[in-house]
Design a protein around this ligand. Structure first.
Ligand code: DWN
Ligand code: SAH
Ligand code: ZN
Length: 409
């Protein structure tokens, strides 16, 4: 059965191509004594707009349910991501921020992982971050943070108090915002005439190519392509002027928008558009085939885990990611298959995973004693985690991965 919805970018009809069913909030880790009947669920399903080709969720979760004072994702938790953002800050300093007293706004600055580097360089800046938990960490580092959701009214307010911005930046945040028209009109109002809006988010092309279906959860509302971003920019007086594929979080694109006509688009834009056309990323048939692969992965992973359990093997989870909510709830993985998931985030520890109620333990629990297998939910941090957990493999332990396919390494 397919339910149509209205495109949050252009108002066109969105046709559904995959339904994950009833899912919880991906970052709502429960206290062990919490009233489990109060847990919030919604229907997680994806569709594509027949007009502007934007891939999006069919149902929207109210933003205050996801982003609040107990939001548990701290961006600085990965050394690899810290380096990634420091490198971007250096690049911005050398390119876009060489003028007289440039001003930078970051939408969704989280714990300040990127802005910290600009603040250290003395750049005038403001982070806009609604989740108090992480905003407070950024503020404690001396970063200027406004604790609110960014939208048109916020942009107008910043414009009045700080003036226009040379750079507006958002990492893994724009795709979280269904009311995107308000964001882009705010960006257009706040940018200097030659300023840029740079944002990076999981790329639909990588999600389809690698069947990384766990990128689909409540917080990820949009799944961008160069084509859909180009169309969205044009509706808001902006223009897509550059794209760059980046390896973080399993494959993302960093998009650069400028005010329409202000900059000459690079060849990379035309190249990526051509690649997407060849791959038929705008065709619902491509997305339905992706859905078939998701179902195949689901069945393979379920069979692998129940086979290992039948053989008496001990398997635990590694990384209580937001992504893993989709995996555990969709595949049907509970504490009987995974007695716990270990995670380095104190705010997630000694709680239960959303929907499936698997206990979350600190990383020390991993070696106490090592399990036979570890299901790596934080597969996007595989290099970093496998390097720090070398002793696990030396003990005879093996990693289970499910992106791009189910395998033991
Ligand atoms: O888009 C989003 C991205 C940026 O972050 C948000 N909507 C929510 C969140 O998604 P996620 O939870 O899937 O992100 P990560 O970066 O894959 O999460 C990694 C998790 O693994 C964290 O809970 C920290 C943990 N971890 C760990 O236990 N040991 C991470 C590393 C690197 C480690 O060594
Ligand atoms: N930029 C960080 C954080 C990504 S998590 C990184 O790449 O690691 C997404 C962040 O977006 C959360 O911290 C959430 O609180 C924030 N967010 C969600 N909606 C927002 C909005 N309308 N304005 C600003 N931040 C928002
Ligand atoms: Zn549309």
């Amino acid at each position: 059965m397919s339910n149509d919805s209205q495109c949050r970018v252009c108002g066109g009809a969105v046709r559904e191509f995959f339904d994950f069913g009833r899912q919880p909030l991906s970052d709502a880790f429960l206290l062990p004594n919490a009233d489990q009947s109060a847990e919030f669920f919604f229907r997680l399903a994806t569709g594509i707009c027949g007009d502007c080709t934007m891939v999006q969720l069919m149902e929207e979760v109210p933003r205050d349910r996801m982003f609040h004072d107990e939001y548990p994702y701290y961006s600085s938790g990965s050394a690899y991501m810290r380096t990634h953002f420091e490198e971007l800050a250096k690049r911005l300093l050398a390119t876009e921020l060489t003028g007289d007293d440039p001003f930078v706004v970051e939408v969704g600055c989280n714990d300040g992982v990127m802005l910290g580097a600009l603040a250290d360089a003395g750049i005038r800046h403001l982070g806009v971050e609604p989740s108090g938990s992480v905003a407070d960490v950024a503020a404690a580092k001396g970063i200027k943070v406004r604790k609110s959701f960014f939208e048109l009214s916020t942009a107008e307010d910043i414009l009045r108090t700080e003036g226009k911005a040379a750079v507006i930046y958002a990492a893994n945040t724009l795709c979280h915002i269904p009311y995107i028209g308000s964001i882009l009109s705010g960006v257009a109002a706040l940018l200097e005439p030659t300023g840029v809006f740079v944002f990076e988010d999981p790329y639909l092309g990588d999600i389809v190519a690698r069947t990384s279906f766990d990128q689909i959860y409540d917080e990820h509302f949009f799944f961008f392509t160069a084509r859909s971003v180009q169309a969205m920019a044009a509706r808001n007086g902006l223009e897509l002027v550059d794209v760059e594929r980046i390896p973080v979080h399993g494959g993302e694109v960093r998009y650069t928008l400028a005010l329409a006509g202000a900059r000459q688009p690079t060849a990379a834009v035309a190249d990526l558009l051509a690649e997407e056309k060849a791959d038929k990323l705008d065709d619902i048939a491509t997305l339905r085939r992706f859905g078939e692969k998701v179902l195949a992965t689901k069945h393979e992973l379920a069979a692998l885990l129940s086979g290992l359990a039948a053989d008496g093997k001990r398997v635990v989870g590694y990384g209580a990611t937001a992504k893993s909510a989709t995996v555990t709830n969709f595949v049907g993985i509970g504490p009987e298959l995974l007695p716990f998931v270990c995670d380095s985030t104190p705010a997630k520890q000694n709680r239960l995973t959303p929907g499936t109620h698997i206990p979350v333990q600190p990383p020390q629990a991993f070696s106490d004693p090592y399990p036979d297998y570890a299901l790596l939910f934080a597969w996007n941090h595989a290099d970093e985690i496998m390097a720090k957990e070398q002793a696990f493999r030396e003990s005879g332990g093996k990693w289970i991965l499910y992106v791009p396919d189910v395998r033991i390494v």
